[in-house]
Write a protein that binds this ligand. Structure first.
Ligand SMILES: Cc1nc2c(=O)[nH]c(=O)nc-2n(C[C@H](O)[C@H](O)[C@H](O)CO)c1C
Length: 153
């Protein structure tokens, strides 16, 4: 199995390094990494990781800033990532941590690390152990902040 890790220089946390560290904790996988300036550059970077570097799945790591134009661009980048998935028929796990989700730098660093680690584990499970995800169906998992948990009647 080969996992692609695509991250950005715009992000204020080294999310790529965290993802690689977490991937190695869960499986013996080959890893291909690429770093681009910002999240709008991620879709083609992910497509190239799949088509040219043979990745089975890619983790796309980005950090939208707090301004309105950043949020609009994040939506566009997200659509690009979905298109890249459909064009390649491979999963690209989008891990975006919005700067304004956190109250301060410390919480931003914590959130980026938690969300990245949890999604790195999801990526391994999606390809190698899909039954693990099926066992967690409907359990209200969240990546980063606390899980929502299952709804009760
Ligand atoms: C407005 C803007 N906001 C962000 C952002 O919040 N996060 C991010 O990663 N990148 C941003 N960028 C840069 C674009 O994603 C891209 O790198 C440039 O437009 C060059 O293609 C832009 C242009």
């Amino acid at each position: 199995m080969k996992v692609g890790v695509a991250d950005t220089t715009f992000a204020r946390v080294n999310m790529g390094a965290i993802a690689i560290n977490e991937l190695k904790r869960h499986a013996s996988v080959a890893i291909e990494r690429t770093t681009v300036p910002g999240f709008k550059d991620l879709p083609v970077a992910c497509k190239k990781l799949i088509e040219e570097r043979g990745c089975d799945i890619v983790i796309a790591l980005g950090m939208p800033g707090g301004q309105e134009k950043d949020k609009l661009c994040a939506h566009e980048a997200s659509q690009g990532l979905m298109l890249a998935q459909l064009m390649t028929n491979h999963h690209i796990i989008e891990v975006f941590v919005h700067e304004d989700e956190a109250g301060d730098d410390q919480e931003l660093a914590w959130l980026a690390e938690r969300r990245t680690r949890e999604h790195a584990e999801n990526a391994v499970n999606l390809v190698l152990r899909p039954e693990v995800l099926t066992r967690m169906a409907g359990t209200g998992q969240r990546q980063g902040f606390k899980d929502a948990g299952p709804a009760r009647q």
